[in-house]
Design a protein around this ligand. Structure first.
Ligand code: COA
Length: 251
C-alpha cells in the first residue's frame, strides 16, 4: 500500500435472496495515523451505514477497495473432533491437496495429529469456517514464539501466524478467500491477540492464489524460508496490524 493520505472506496451491497438490489460505492481517504479499517468504518458511518463492518476487496488497488453489506454471514467456531472427517475431506479437495501433502490424509491419523490442538493441549488453535451457517473450511492460529524453529526462520517472535483453507471448491475464486482472511484477522486474531503487532502467513512460494489473497488483504511479502517437512520454500507475508486494522485498545 502507498503512503497516506490513501484514497479508499467502499462498496456497500444490499442483497435479498442473492440478488443485488443496491450497490453504492463510497469514497474517502485513510488519514495519517488512521487504520484502513477505521477509515472505511468512518466513510460508511458518514453515509448512513454505521454498524456495518467492512472487509478488504483489494488493498493493492488505487483507491484501495473494501466492501460491506451483503446478507452472507461468515463465522469462526472452535473445531471439535466431530469436524475431523470434514477436515480430511477439505484437505483432499482437488484445489487444496497440493498444499497439504504433509498433513494427515485419513480421519484416524487426523485424530492423532490434531487431537492435542483440539483438546487445548497444544498452542495451535483450530477453527471451522462457516459460510451462511454451513461448515466449509478451516483455519488455525498460533503465536510464532511457540514454535522455536519457525520463530527462528520467520525472525518475528512477537507475531501471530495463521493458515487457512476453504474446502468447498465451488466457493473459491470469487473473493471469498480474501474476505475470510481479512475478517479472521479483524474479528478473531485482533480480539484474541490484542498485543500482537503483526500477523503472518507463509504460503508455499508456488501458491500464487494464496499470495495474491494476502496482498489484497494488505500483507507484504518478505523472507523466503525453508520449513521442515516442506520441499519448497515459503514466503513470509506480514500484516502491520496498526496500519491496516488498528490495534484493539483494552477497555
Ligand atoms: C487460498 C484460498 C483461501 C483463496 O480463496 P479464493 O476464494 O480463491 O480467493 P479470492 O477469490 O479472494 O482471490 C484469489 C485471487 O487469486 C487470483 N488467482 C487465481 N488463480 C491464480 C493463479 N494461477 N496465479 C495467480 N493468481 C491467481 C485470482 O484472480 C484472485 O485475484 P484477483 O482478485 O486479483 O483477480 C483458496 O483458494 C484455498 O482454500 N486454497 C487451498 C488452500 C490454500 O492454498 N491455503 C493457503 C495456505 S497458506
Amino acid at each position: 500500500m502507498p503512503a497516506h493520505p490513501l484514497p479508499l472506496s467502499v462498496t456497500f451491497s444490499t442483497r435479498h435472496a442473492g440478488v443485488s438490489v443496491e450497490d453504492v460505492t463510497l469514497t474517502g481517504e485513510v488519514g495519517a495515523g488512521e487504520s484502513v479499517l477505521a477509515a472505511a468504518r468512518r466513510v460508511l458511518g458518514g453515509s448512513g451505514y454505521a454498524g456495518h463492518d467492512p472487509w478488504a476487496v483489494d488493498l493493492t488497488a488505487d483507491p484501495v477497495r473494501l466492501a460491506a453489506g451483503d446478507e452472507v454471514t461468515l463465522a469462526y467456531r472452535p473445531m471439535t473432533t466431530a469436524d475431523l472427517g470434514d477436515l480430511v475431506r477439505w484437505q483432499r479437495a482437488p484445489h487444496a491437496v497440493r498444499w497439504f501433502r504433509g498433513e494427515s490424509l485419513d480421519p484416524a491419523t487426523a485424530g492423532e495429529r490434531y487431537g492435542p490442538q483440539l483438546r487445548g493441549e497444544a498452542p495451535t488453535r483450530m477453527w471451522v469456517l462457516e459460510v451462511a451457517g454451513r461448515s466449509v473450511g478451516y483455519l488455525q492460529d498460533y503465536r510464532v514464539c511457540d514454535h522455536d524453529e519457525y520463530a527462528a526462520k520467520v525472525g518475528d517472535p512477537e507475531a501471530v501466524a495463521f493458515d487457512y483453507l476453504i474446502g468447498d471448491q465451488s466457493l473459491v475464486g470469487g473473493g471469498l478467500g480474501t474476505r475470510v482472511v481479512w475478517t479472521f484477522c479483524r474479528d478473531v486474531l485482533r480480539r484474541d491477540y490484542p498485543d500482537a503487532p503483526r500477523f503472518v502467513a507463509s504460503p508455499d512460494h508456488r501458491n500464487a492464489i494464496s499470495l495474491r489473497v494476502l496482498a489484497k488483504c494488505g500483507f507484504t511479502e518478505g523472507l523466503w524460508i525453508d520449513v521442515p517437512g516442506q520441499d519448497h520454500p515459503e514466503v513470509v507475508c506480514t500484516l502491520d496490524v496498526a496500519r491496516v486494522l488498528g490495534r484493539v485498545t483494552r477497555g
